[in-house]
Structures are given as C-alpha cells and as structure tokens.
Write a protein that binds this ligand. Sequence first.
Ligand code: PLP
Length: 379
Amino acid sequence: MKSIYLDNAATTAVCAEASDAALHAMTSVYGNPSSTHRFGREAKALLDTSRESVASALGCRSEELVFTSCGTESDNWAIRGAAHANRHVGKHIISSMAEHDAVRKTLDQLEKDGWEVTRLKPDKSGAIPVDSVADALRADTALVTLMMVNNETGGVTDIAAISKIIKATKSRALLHTDAVQAFLKLPFSAKSLGADLISISGHKIHAPKGIGALYIRSGLHLPSLLYGGEQENARRAGTESLPLIAAFGAAAAIGKAEMEKSIRHMADLKVLLIEKLCAALPQILVIDSGAPHIVSLSLPGYKSEVMMNYLEAKEIYVSKSSACKKGKRSHVLEAMGLPERQIDGTLRIGLSRCTTAEDITALVQALSQAANELLPALR
Ligand code: PLP
C-alpha cells in the first residue's frame, strides 16, 4: 500500500536538491567557513550563496538574514532580543492566544520577568483581526509579535496592514512575525510586509530539520542569544551548520522558482478536498482559512485519535492539531471558542507541492468509510 503523507504542516519531505546539497557540503565542502585557507574559503562561498538564495526567497538583503538552528530559536531570539532592544519604550507586548508554543512560552518567561502581555483573541479562521491590534497598541508597547499563518487552522493575519498601523500611529513598537508556515506558501517579501523581524524554518519548505533563519531589518541591533565566536557577522555564535544551510539554500531556490505554481496547486487541492468532503460527509465542519496548505476539519463525535488510527491503518497520515502539542488539546481551537466536541474531533490536513488529487480522493474515501464503520462517541 502506498503511504499518503498529509501532515506537511508538521514537516515536509526533504527534496532531492536539498539532500544533494547537504551531501555535497558534508563530503566536499567540509571546511569551517571561518578558516582562512582554501577549504575555509570554499565553505564561506557556499555559506554566502546559500544565504543569498534564502534571502532572495524571503525578499530581503543577505546581510539581513541570520541562520539559526530552527524556527523556535528564531522566535525566541526575535522576541527576547526585541524586548531587550526596545525596553526603553515600555514593558508591554501585544501577541495572540493562537501563537505557536515557541512564541507563547517565550512570552510566558517574559511575563515572569515583569513584562505585560496582551494576548488577542483569534477570529473564526484562527487569524488576528487587524482592528484588535490597533485597539491594543499603547504608548508603552515595545513589541507586537503575531504569526502570519496559523499552523493549526491556516488562518492568515494581515501583517502588512498591522505594520502600516504601527507606522501610522507613530508607535515605537517593533513588529515580529512568525512566518514559519507562511514562507513560500503566501506570496510576500520582507520589504512588502514591513516587519522588523521574521522567523522562518527549513523543514517546512522541503529542507531538513534543524535549520532556520531570522530576518533582522537592517539598522535594528538585536542583542545575541548565544555568546561565543564571531560567526554570522557576530550576531549568532557557533560554527555554521553548512550542510543544513546549503540544503536550506537549495530548497529555497526551488521553492521560490516554483512558488506560484505550488501555491495554485495546493489551493486547488484544498478546494477539491473541501468540496468532496462536504459532499460525502454533510456533518463535517471545516474551518475556512486563507493558507493554501492547511485544512482543519472536524467530525464532531468522532475522536481525532480514533480517526487518525483508522487512517493510519490505511497508510494515510494526518495530524490532530500541531505535532509538538503531543496529544494535548489545542489552545488555538479553544481560543477560537469552538465547542469541545468539535475540538476533540479535529484533524489537520497539511498539503504540499507533492500532494496529488489521488491522495485527496483516498483521504475522502477513508474518512467516509470511517464515519460509517466507527461509532461516534456518545456525548
Ligand atoms: N512556528 C510555527 C508557526 C510552526 O508551525 C513551527 C513548527 O511547527 C515553529 C514555529 C517551530 O519551528 P521549528 O520546528 O523549526 O522549531
């Protein structure tokens, strides 16, 4: 039986170009980019071209992009760094109740250090209404940190509009966005967004796990999170992971070249999935959201875990909410005020450019069979 992988919001398969680039870096370009001899210079050249590739996909200058170990590190660094850099403005931060744990838990720590955090409520797509950000802005707001695409629902927050509001109101708040789920899934550039800080991660765009990047708007000085060597222009210490960086560069180049086509492909499959599901299972609830690659659906009464096991027996892989919640109930769906029965029956389908219409048909068939064969929980 062919495996059908539909958990691409959790992670994606590494593309051949990325794994080739990693292997090449490990076996041929293994010098330390900080060494001055030929091996070092070759490694530095690969580091530079990889950075150019990711920066070009993000629409920023190479000097504005620092490689990190993952999206989580980028989020931690952006938030802690921005709070410190802008502490003279005040100790108030605006965020939301729907953020990824990498943001939520960093903010929890800042609260323990005396910061006040306003956590805005998401709308029915999981996005944060722009007006609520405008209402929450205060003279002492030092940072606004909001994700661009919600990883559980695909809800899209209009970061460009929020940036305009921050500027129009002459607020001194810095703007960070966790764009881990938005990078190469929505057509945006760092410049068009107007954010000061943008987090991205390699493994959501067909690069390996363990590599991320942080866009730092030129002119913004962010204190380092890691102290040590002078790598990454003395902004992030630690010998650069060149194999992962090279793979990120290769994946970003393909992702950029194919972005329009992939977005259209995923958006078409999303429409197909929703149409087929609604025809086959009239009781299904689907969250209407703007990202092309995430569909959050629920069969109220049927427990997510039971459905996931049923699908896995048919070699179909989906998730409950976010992979890193490890089975805990979704704080995003709770914040959206959804009823318990809907939350407990939620499945997240994550599409990628590799997903096919046949995969969608197989999923709909399997879900219909599950609804017929399994008994809904009585509650
Ligand atoms: N932010 C969002 C929205 C995510 O979806 C994820 C990963 O699932 C992260 C941050 C964390 O990224 P990483 O797994 O690279 O640490």
